[in-house]
Design a protein around this ligand. Structure first.
Ligand code: 3HC
Length: 294
């Protein structure tokens, strides 16, 4: 089955990026948000990204117009009824996912493949909210979606191998390098990345070095594009805290346990770049100022 009509649920940071890359790959994309305001915000950021590509000369403006013509925004889930593939990138709350998948299972034909972009919730558990365990899998993108070259495709014990191969091929069609993995919390990237990020917070807490020196160490000593504390601010402290709690709950291993400082910062609402404050102060976004936190 060729995947031509794609539904994306959620037009936030991840959903708008997924919608963009799918439309750029030639798919007809319907993207849904819960309110017209949120939809407008997501589509504006998508338009900004496309405009940036046009300005840089990476995307001819006529191609941009065609990409845009293939994209349709909606607040109505019923518009997913003709989709070959639906990917969900909504809030990481299981009750919200349950409600969504139960509704979509009734709206979409039997052959529609379902995927979640979850970073930490169980794909198998989500599949049980539907009558299509064999046509349900994970497809985990990275932020910023149009830039990061990787996608993890995740099978459960019940995913039909043909469906798995189809979505691996679809990931390649989107221009991504696909890695195959199974439904174990954190998959590949977050299993390795989350303990590293948490260790950076522990190092700060223990007075090993300042925010800036920890970041410079990994940036300049190991060639990472961002230091771990900058990356935490970029991903969101709340998101990382949430993922670490799910991983700790699953594996009961100390390396996944959130350090107290991370929890305190989340409680204070210092969730990183999007909140204007995390390990850095973003009053001037072009010149983040490291904070003294210990
Ligand atoms: N959306 C679209 N494009 C963007 C962008 C965004 N938000 N931010 C940057 N870009 C583009 C720029 O236009 C530029 O494109 P060009 O090379 O064609 O000119 C390119 O990315 C590089 O941008 P900049 O030169 O402005 O800045 P950097 O060189 O610092 O790159 C970065 C920015 C790509 C974000 C880089 O710092 C990076 O790779 N950081 C690490 C990001 C990362 O690790 N992401 C994964 C997080 S984990 C995750 O998502 C999983 C989840 O489950 C937690």
């Amino acid at each position: 089955m060729a995947i031509e009509r794609v539904g994306v649920v959620g037009c936030g940071l991840m959903g708008s990026g997924i919608a963009q890359v799918a439309a750029q790959a030639g798919c007809h994309v319907t993207v849904r948000e819960v309110s017209p305001q949120l939809l407008e915000k997501g589509l504006q950021s998508l338009d900004k990204n496309l405009a940036r590509l046009v300005e840089k000369g990476t995307l001819p403006s006529s191609d941009r117009d065609q990409v845009r013509a293939r994209l349709r925004g909606t607040t109505n889930l019923n518009e997913f009824k003709d989709c070959d593939f639906v990917i969900e990138a909504i809030v990481e709350l299981l009750p919200a996912k349950r409600e969504l998948w139960t509704a979509l299972d009734k709206i979409c034909p039997k052959q529609t493949i379902f995927a979640s972009n979850t970073s930490s919730l169980s794909i198998t558990e989500m599949a049980t909210f539907t009558q299509r365990l064999d046509r349900f899998l994970g497809m985990h993108f990275f932020n910023p979606v149009p830039v990061m070259k990787l996608v993890e495709v995740i099978r459960t014990i019940a995913t039909d191998p043909k469906v798995f191969d189809e979505i691996v091929a679809f990931g390649a069609k989107l221009g991504k390098t696909v890695v195959r993995t199974s439904d174990r919390t954190g998959f590949i990237v977050n299993r390795l990345l989350v303990p590293y990020l948490l260790d950076a917070v522990r190092a700060l807490e223990e007075g090993v070095a300042s925010v800036e020196d920890i970041d410079n160490s990994m940036k300049l000593g190991c060639g990472h594009p961002m230091g771990p504390l900058t990356l935490l601010d970029f991903v969101g402290l709340d998101t990382t805290y949430y993922i670490s709690n799910i991983m700790f709950d699953e594996f009961k291993e100390k390396r996944f346990a959130s350090p107290p400082l991370l929890k305190r910062m989340v409680l204070a609402g210092w969730n990183g770049r999007k909140a204007g404050r995390g390990f850095y102060d973003y009053a001037d976004p072009a010149r983040p100022k490291p904070l003294q936190l210990t």
